[in-house]
Ligand binder design. Structure first.
Ligand code: ADP
Ligand code: MG
Length: 175
């Protein structure tokens, strides 16, 4: 895939796994992102553990990565699907347990509404497992069309999520 002519963009990628060794899958996914062409892994959040939302199966391990890339958003998505496939992901049914899910959360300040790609990711403002890792790496980030990400945190306070180093950060956890 050639992409060298594209401008440099920043993209935020949501990573999730709840099949197999989920923690290892997320760490390996970060390593795979670091190897994407025309792309540099700038930073990544801690790993978080969260209960499945609208889905079945084991707890998820989640993280958010920020990359600088010259891949277009669609080229990036194609590469992410390639990585998911390497991890043996099978798409059985919607929200099925998965070895690896890679979503484009944000691509610069673009809004994209095509058939196969919607950015900002439509459900990101409602998911603690996206918002908290995202805010860990970029506390002041805004979601195009929606406003500062931190303003959505109170509405996800009921979702159980824990940083894997064991510091609970949801409001219901003991402080
Ligand atoms: P989800 O991540 O919503 O649980 P999937 O990973 O199975 O579900 O994705 C289903 C489809 O969502 C993909 O084939 C992809 O084309 C589409 N999609 C739309 N917007 C995005 C986005 N921002 N990031 C990743 N996939 C997206
Ligand atoms: Mg996905």
């Amino acid at each position: 895939m050639t992409s060298e002519t594209n401008a440099l963009a920043r993209a935020w990628i949501g990573i999730g796994s709840n099949l197999g060794n989920a923690e290892a899958n997320v760490r390996l996914a970060l390593a795979a992102l670091a190897k994407l062409p025309s792309t540099r892994l700038e930073t990544a959040s801690s790993l978080f553990r969260s209960a499945p939302v609208d889905a079945d199966g084991a707890d998820y391990v989640n993280a958010v990565a920020r990359v600088g890339t010259r891949l277009s958003a669609h080229a990036l998505l194609a590469h992410l699907h390639g990585i998911e496939k390497e991890f043996g992901r099978e798409r059985t049914h919607r929200n099925a347990p998965r070895t690896l899910d890679l979503d484009i959360l944000l691509y610069g300040d673009s809004t994209i509404n095509s058939e196969d790609l919607v950015v900002p990711h439509p459900r990101m403002s409602q998911r603690a497992f996206v918002l908290l890792p995202l805010l860990q790496i970029d506390p002041f980030i805004s979601l195009p069309g929606l406003g500062p990400a931190h303003t959505f945190v109170p509405s996800v306070a009921g979702q159980t999520i824990q940083r894997i180093d064991d510091s609970a950060i949801n409001s219901s956890a003991p402080s």
